[in-house]
Ligand binder design. Structure first.
Ligand code: AMP
Ligand code: MG
Length: 424
C-alpha cells in the first residue's frame, strides 16, 4: 500500500557510489534521492493531531491579539498628560477588566484602572504599572520617567490576519496545538501516519517467553526497533522473527511490502548471508547491498520492494541502533512529511576519555554527556564498544562521532557528539 507522490526511480540510476565502501554521507545522499513524502492527508481535531505532521499551512483567521491590551495591572493613561521629571495627578474614571472593557474614552487629566489582558480604552496610549502610582480615593499620583506605549500589547503583534502561523511539515507539539487553538481552529490537516513493518531474521533467535535452546539467543532488535519507531510517532507492524528460510522470508517480505510504506529487517545482510537474501530481494524488488565505511554497522541494504522502501539493517544489536539513527530516522521523518527534517542535535564538547580509533571509517562510539559541578559539559565513552554490547547503548545518551580520517583521540580533545532521540 503506497501513495508516494513521486514515481520510484531505478536504483541503478544511482551509479556514482561504491557498494564496497560507501561513505556515510554518500549513502544518506543516495537514499535521499528515492524519498518523497506520503501524500494522504486526514483532518483531525487539534488535540488528536498532537505528534502528527501538518499537511498544510495554518493561516491566521484573526489578529492576535485582537485588540491593544494591557500587559500589566495598572492604569491606562494618555502619555501627553505625564511629565518627564515631575508627578502628575489624574482622575480615575473607571476600571477595565480582561473580558469586560471600559466603555468610555479617557480624556485629558483622566485615567482608567486596568487589569492584565484588558482592552486599552479609547484615548489611552500608555500603561503605568500599579507599583508606580500612589492611589488616593478616585485619584492617582504618577511619577515621571515613563515611555509612550509602555506595557501595551499591540493588536496583531503576535499574528496578523492572513499571516502563516504554522508551516506545512512541522510536527505538532504542545506549543503548536496551543497556537492553533488560540486561533479558534478546531481541525487541522495532517499526513496519515507512516506505516512501518519490521521483522528479525535468524535461525538462532527466540522471542521472550520461549526458552532458548543451546546456541539460541533472545531477539532484542525487534524491541529496539519497536521503541525507536514508536518514539518517532509511526504506526508499527511487528512481524516477529523469520527463520533464515528462503520461502518464509519471501512470504514475509511480500506481506510487509504490501501492507507498509517501509519495511525494516535486522540480520541477514552480512557477507555470506547476503548472497542468499540478495537473490531473493532481486527477485522481489530492487535492492542494493552496501558496505558502509562506518563502525559499527558496516553492512546495510536499501531499496524498494514494490512501492515500499526497504532498509536491511545489520544483525548486531548496537549496529541496528547506529544504522537506524544515521540512515533510517531521517529518511522516515522525510517520508512522514517533516519539512525540514530536524537533525539530531550535534555539537562539540571536550572528551575526557582517550579513544582508540583507526583511520578509514566513521565511528559512532557510545558516550555519556555529563555536566560537572561547575556547569561545564564533557563527554566520556561508555566502556567496551563491541557491536554486540547493547549495554553500551543503554548507558549512553549520545554518540561520539569520529570522522573517517581521525586516528586515536587524546583525552581533552574536542569531539562531535550527537544527542540521542528522547534525551532532549
Ligand atoms: P547477522 O547479521 O544476521 O549475521 O547477525 C550478526 C549478529 O547479530 C549475530 O551474532 C546474531 O546472532 C546477532 N543478531 C542478529 N539478529 C539479532 C536480533 N534480532 N537480536 C539479537 N541479536 C541478533
Ligand atoms: Mg543472521
Amino acid at each position: 500500500m503506497n501513495d508516494q507522490s513521486k514515481p520510484p526511480r531505478q536504483l541503478s540510476c544511482a551509479d556514482d557510489y561504491d557498494p564496497n565502501s560507501m561513505a556515510v554521507d554518500k549513502a544518506r545522499e543516495v537514499i535521499g534521492r528515492f524519498l518523497a513524502p506520503i501524500a494522504t492527508v486526514e483532518r483531525l481535531h487539534v488535540r488528536a493531531a498532537l505528534g502528527r505532521v501538518l499537511a498544510e499551512d495554518v493561516i491566521s483567521p484573526l489578529s492576535v491579539p485582537a485588540h491593544d491590551n494591557s500587559a500589566m495591572d495598572g492604569y491606562a493613561v494618555r502619555f501627553a498628560d505625564l511629565k518627564t521629571d515631575a508627578k502628575v495627578t489624574l482622575k480615575v474614571i473607571g476600571t477595565a477588566f480582561a473580558g469586560a472593557p471600559f466603555a468610555g474614552a479617557v480624556k485629558p487629566g483622566e485615567c482608567v484602572r486596568i487589569m492584565t489582558g484588558a482592552v486599552v480604552p479609547e484615548g489611552a496610549d500608555t500603561i503605568v504599572m500599579q507599583e508606580h502610582v500612589e492611589a488616593k480615593a478616585d485619584q492617582v499620583v504618577i511619577d515621571g520617567g515613563h515611555r509612550k506605549g509602555q506595557h501595551l500589547r499591540r493588536a496583531g503583534e503576535d499574528l496578523a490576519v492572513g499571516q502563516v502561523a504554522l508551516k506545512r511539515g512541522v510536527a505538532l507539539r504542545p506549543a503548536e496545538i496551543g497556537l492553533i487553538a488560540s486561533l479558534g481552529i478546531a481541525e487541522v490537516a495532517v499526513y496519515r501516519k507512516l506505516r512501518v513493518a519490521f521483522f528479525s531474521t535468524g535461525d538462532e533467535l527466540v522471542s521472550i517467553g520461549t526458552a532458548p535452546r543451546e546456541g539460541q539467543i533472545y531477539d532484542s532488535n525487534r524491541y529496539t526497533i519497536y521503541g525507536m519507531l514508536t518514539r518517532l510517532g509511526f504506526e508499527v507492524i511487528d512481524m516477529g522473527v523469520v527463520r533464515d528460510d528462503p520461502e518464509l522470508l519471501e512470504e514475509a517480505f511480500s506481506e510487509a511490502a504490501a501492507t507498509a510504506d517501509v519495511v525494516i529487517t535486522s540480520g541477514g545482510v552480512s557477507v555470506g548471508e547476503a548472497d542468499f537474501v540478495k537473490d531473493l530481494l532481486n527477485k522481489l524488488g530492487e535492492v542494493v547491498f552496501w558496505k558502509i565505511a562506518m563502525k559499527p554497522g558496516r553492512p546495510l541494504a536499501y531499496g524498494k520492494i514494490g512501492n515500499a522502501h526497504f532498509f536491511g539493517l545489520p544483525g548486531n544489536p548496537v549496529s541496528v541502533m547506529v544504522t537506524f539513527y544515521q540512515f533510517v530516522r531521517d529518511a522516515l521523518l522525510l517520508l512522514s512529511g517533516r519539512n525540514p527534517v530536524p537533525p539530531l542535535p550535534t555539537f562539540k564538547v571536550p572528551c575526557v576519555s582517550t579513544l582508540k580509533k583507526a583511520p578509514g571509517r566513521t565511528e559512532f562510539q557510545r558516550g555519556v554527556l555529563e555536566r560537572d559541578s561547575h556547569g561545564t559539559w564533557s563527554v566520556r565513552v561508555t566502556g567496551e564498544q563491541g557491536s554486540g554490547i547493547l549495554r553500551s547503548m543503554a548507558e549512553a545518551n549520545c554518540f561520539i562521532i569520529l570522522p573517517t580520517d581521525q586516528g586515536n583521540v587524546a583525552a581533552g580533545t574536542l569531539v562531535d557528539v550527537q544527542v540521542m532521540e528522547g534525551v532532549v
